[in-house]
Design a protein around this ligand. Sequence first.
Ligand SMILES: O=C(O)CCC(=O)C(=O)O
Length: 256
Amino acid sequence: MLEVQSSLKRDFDRDGYIMCRSLFDTEEMKALLAFARGDRQLASEAYVRRDATGGESRLAVRNDLADDSPYTAIVRSHRVAGTMSILLGDEIYHYHHKMMLKEPRVGGAWEWHQDYGYWYSNGCLYPDMASCLIAVDRATKENGCLQVLRGSHRMGRIDHATTGDQKGADPTRVAEAMKRHELVYCEMQPGDALFFHGNLLHCSSRNDSENPRWSLICCYNTRHNDPYIANGRHPNYSPLELWSDQHVRQSILHHA
Ligand SMILES: O=C(O)CCC(=O)C(=O)O
């Protein structure tokens, strides 16, 4: 087990991401998808972010963990939060989570960016933060899957400026990064999970296909990186209770 953990961490430190296939099984993802598609609160909270060409992506961001919710179960799962703690080398806490709703034909692009490009402004001193993207729908090149530049987290934080409703990383740096770092299209089946570092350059294209691409992104910060700004955009440190795989599974299936 320890060997597996250290090899995951080694890959994460080298590439800035790891892909875990089938972290959640088909039954769990079907239940989550059915719940999310019928979730009126999610639909009412979701807002639009326009890309530079006017394409629209909807997302719903939450800082809080509702007691009885499949999203909470995933955020608290050993599979996600426990792995994240190993990758970041410290106790982690829930920074926020979001459901990305990339709809057929209208779902917009996300410019090249680093998440720490934004989180820096929230009083986080170190880039010791990361996200786990869980594919709820299948993610393909055609429906605008995530793209990453392997190893680009080692460049450190890049300046970001506004494009459309979004903030993108300095295009000159991105162009140089593209000459040196492999571009990887993260095609994923429902239940696959991509853990990626806060400084990894990533983007996604428009969804010009007939298929939606919904995904759940759980974002974590480390305890030693508690923001120096209190009551910022996302929460300060508080301990995160982790749930066993069995508890998480029951909680997800119970909502189907
Ligand atoms: O899901 C996507 O298409 C992009 C999401 C993203 O880049 C982010 O949330 O930081």
